[in-house]
Design a protein around this ligand. Structure first.
Ligand code: HEC
Length: 157
């Protein structure tokens, strides 16, 4: 009898444990999101979090603009500097403020975002090597495809 109770208690604890882990994993992978009317996934952020994300986005556009302008003038150092500004350094510089946001983003969005920043660092390297401009533009084209992919999938609410 005593053994049976112990067994039942153990099974219940294990089930509860599995349940908690599943709930944690579900939210970790899904983030804080809702479906939106335009079929994109909307990430639910508060106002200051939204401001921070959009400010980061405007920095990305500024960088793309600076890179293209720099390349147009064959000013490699200028193009490289703009590429670096959107690299992983940008992520580290706002890491603390972004902590609450990170938990609300779906995992694929986080991965896509980080890989875009890594691509900017890679691009800065390609520019530093003074590769031919078509080679650099091809890489920039691949990088900016990620902007499009993410914008097609997600929005902020
Ligand atoms: C991981 C996802 C992701 C990637 C990658 C991404 N963006 Fe965004 N971006 C967003 C989201 C989400 C919004 C908000 C869109 C909305 O709510 O409609 C946004 C908005 C913007 C905005 C509008 C900012 C504002 O003030 O309203 C600009 C500009 C922008 N992105 C530029 C870029 C550029 C340039 C790139 C690539 C170099 C890029 N983004 C890559 C997710 C992403």
């Amino acid at each position: 009898m005593k053994n049976k109770i112990t067994l039942t208690v153990s099974i219940v604890s294990i089930l509860l444990w599995i349940g908690s882990i599943s709930v944690f994993l579900y939210y970790f992978l899904k983030g804080k999101t809702i479906e939106s009317d335009d079929k994109r996934t909307a990430v639910v952020l508060n106002n200051s979090e939204k401001d921070l994300v959009l400010r980061e986005m405007r920095t990305l556009l500024l960088s793309v603009n600076g890179i293209v302008k720099g390349l147009g003038e064959e000013n490699y150092p200028q193009a490289e500097e703009w590429a670096k500004k959107a690299g992983m350094g940008l992520v580290y510089s706002i890491e603390v403020q972004e902590r609450t946001i990170i938990a609300k983003l779906p995992i694929e969005m986080k991965e896509l975002g980080l890989s875009t920043h890594r691509d900017f660092d890679h691009l800065a390297g390609t520019i530093a090597q003074k590769q031919p401009i078509p080679v650099i533009l091809k890489e920039l084209g691949q990088l900016t495809s990620k902007c499009i992919v993410c914008h097609n999938m997600y929005k902020v609410k």
